[in-house]
Design a protein around this ligand. Sequence first.
Ligand code: SF4
Length: 320
Amino acid sequence: MYLYLDVVENFACEMCGTCCRNDWMITVDEESYYRNARWFKERGCSEEFSQALLPLSKRGFGEYAYIAKQSDGSCWFLDPTNLCRLHREAGHDQLDAVCKTFPRYPMNTSRGVELTLSFSCPAVLKKMTRVEPLAIVRSEHLPWQETQRDYAAEAFPDQRSRYHPLHYYYELESHFFDIIQCRAMVMDERLDFLAASVNKVLQIPKDDFFGRSLRCMMEENYLLMDEKTCLRQTKYCTPEILIEHFLANFIFKKPFYNYGLQKTIELLLLMWQEIEEARKKAVTFTDDMGITGKIIMNMEFQYNHNRRQLLESFHNGREK
Ligand code: SF4
């Protein structure tokens, strides 16, 4: 089974080169490092290889070396026409997993493979500029042919005790996804409602009735949401809708599973506060959509791609 957000369908890289110029370290695993070493050696280019792929002094899981930058900060292999020299000369298979995958975000879960996109790519942001709420697609096929996957998150709720909220993770994720997309409330209200719901979940006694109590709470929430009248309809995507897509996409990336309910709601509230503060600070509001898009791209970059530093300092470990 494959589950993915509908925006993943028909995604096509626009070769703008933004991701090849980002201020991040592109790491490669040991296999990719030696595969490239052989390829460069066969062409008598070992010297370029030793400049382009630099072994890491501290190696993490799947991280053996990193790709050097050009003097302007872009990837070593990016050419002036925004194309990847390694891709052109050596072929797609020669690329490391990150370059093959980005901006796709594959997750390994007990339901199968789940997939979404990263908002730090301008082509993704363009796809997200739509009025319709994001939808989760279930399919027997992935809308992406790549076989090599570098999973960015995981979820195996069955491994949790049935007295633990994360045992019911998929139901919770779907419920939280619905709350964040409930347009009968403004975003402030949705986040307050989400925070109150997380609080209620954490208060449920851990006994044999845990699952039933959790479902009752969710049903009550749906009744409350149904009673609300829909706020104004719009034909065009607004900054508020773009923020909604960003937060819904964030929820689908399994932070509630990987970092815990309380920590994730705190992070969501912090992100919302930062988005609002950054929007207020923007002197010209004539292009609110463009400004909001830039803020979101930057936030995705910080909280997702640099998550090792930022999330670790924020969370300081998972909840038990
Ligand atoms: S930022 Fe997105 S559209 Fe631009 S080159 Fe990277 S993947 Fe392609």
